[in-house]
Ligand binder design. Structure first.
Ligand SMILES: *Cc1c(COP(=O)(O)O)cnc(C)c1O
Length: 362
């Protein structure tokens, strides 16, 4: 009897996702600017709600996430019945892939797109198809040109990670309108709250049958540890995703904290304003010492260096000072470092260090 087990074909070819590093050997305190987390953490109201949920840990959570969906709907003016919650927006994107793609299908993502996308595509047996960007920006024309009869889904983050650039609401609408029938557009809005005046694609969802928006509590809401995200889409799509969703996919403490966080609109605004201010400061500072970056609409900047060797030296220089940023080889950007926007002291520390590094390069 043969008792060696092989996973599904193709599965062992998937490269595991690498998270941003969180520590350095031999150092207690590091400045972590490698995972785009909120440097101010969550709203105190979210922490209080999380603590209060400790009294009901013996009960299963609400499998319909009714109160959280109601809160999101109120704050953003959305229809609660068209919302679905997941263990991070990663789970919501995975549900879209599971419901709408499978063996032999194709899922399009972009040259510098989020590395979870090819993993989520392969996990359902679909082929991830990578298309070119234009100057580190999503290019609708290359997406449309790559569509084949096997294409089922287009996954783009807007603003994109790791470039920080975005396409306008008009461009997104144009792309949605021109996609062939049967192709879904997923707009991953993990950083949408940082983009002043942007609705993450909510209006587009409401007027197109082929668009789904995803959002997360991991970034501006500062709740990355709790794993909560949501999707907003046409009713029939959300219903299909709910059929395969696990009933208790989001824990009760996570639901409670997320609800309090989304309702604390003052705090969210304060985080957005501080991010805008310090993102501009950091980009200016690096620009002045010869490290340019594209205008970012997110909570990080993509710093461009002369070549991959300079990036290696700069990364080592920062590490020696206890500063962690993200290398970008896997995103086809070997001459770049992605730097999360920290609080004032974090931005000053990384700005000073890179200026010192660049002075030594001359
Ligand atoms: C951080 C991030 C997410 C969020 O993932 P969660 O599972 O919600 O923590 C989604 N998409 C992109 C592009 C991201 O950078």
């Amino acid at each position: 009897m043969n008792r060696t087990f092989e996973p599904r074909p193709g599965l062992l070819g998937i490269e595991s996702y690498q998270a941003g590093e969180s520590g350095l050997a031999g150092r207690d305190a590091v400045l972590k600017l490698s995972s785009n987390e909120n440097p101010y953490g969550p709203s105190q109201k979210a922490v209080d709600a999380y603590r209060a949920s400790a009294s009901t840990l013996g009960r299963y959570p609400d499998s319909h996430h009714a109160e959280l969906r109601e809160a999101i709907a109120e704050v953003y003016g959305l229809a609660p019945g068209n919302l679905i919650c997941g263990a991070g927006s990663d789970e919501v994107i995975a549900l879209v892939c599971q419901a709408y793609a499978g063996n032999g299908d194709e899922i399009i993502y972009t040259e510098h797109g989020f590395l979870m996308y090819p993993i989520l595509a392969r996990a359902v047996g679909a082929e991830p198809v990578q298309v070119r960007e234009r100057n580190r920006r999503t290019d609708s024309e290359s997406i449309l040109a790559a569509c084949s009869p096997r294409t089922r889904i287009v996954l783009i983050a807007n603003p994109n990670n790791p470039t920080g650039t975005m396409i306008s609401a008009g461009e997104a609408r144009n792309l949605a309108d021109r996609l062939p029938g049967g192709v879904l557009l997923v707009l991953d809005g993990a950083y949408a709250e940082y983009a002043e005046g942007y609705d993450g694609g909510a209006k587009l969802v409401e007027s197109c049958a082929n668009v789904v928006m995803t959002r997360t509590f991991s970034k501006i809401y500062g709740l990355a540890a709790l794993r909560v995200g949501y999707g907003y889409g046409p009713g029939n799509l959300i219903a299909a995703m709910n059929r395969i969703r696990e009933p208790f996919n989001v824990s009760a403490p996570s639901l409670a904290a997320a609800e309090a966080a989304v309702r604390d609109v003052e705090y969210t605004k304060r985080c957005r304003d501080l991010n805008t201010r310090w993102r501009r400061w950091l980009a200016d500072r690096l620009g002045r010492c010869g490290v340019p970056s594209d205008p970012s609409s997110a909570n990080f900047i993509l710093a461009r260096f002369a070549d991959p060797d300079t990036v290696s030296r700069c990364d080592a220089f920062l590490r020696a000072r206890g500063i962690l940023v993200r290398r970008m080889e896997k995103y086809n950007l070997p001459s770049c470092l992605r730097i999360s926007v920290g609080d004032e002291s974090g931005c000053r520390a990384v700005g000073d260090a890179i200026e010192e590094f660049m002075a030594g390069e001359k």
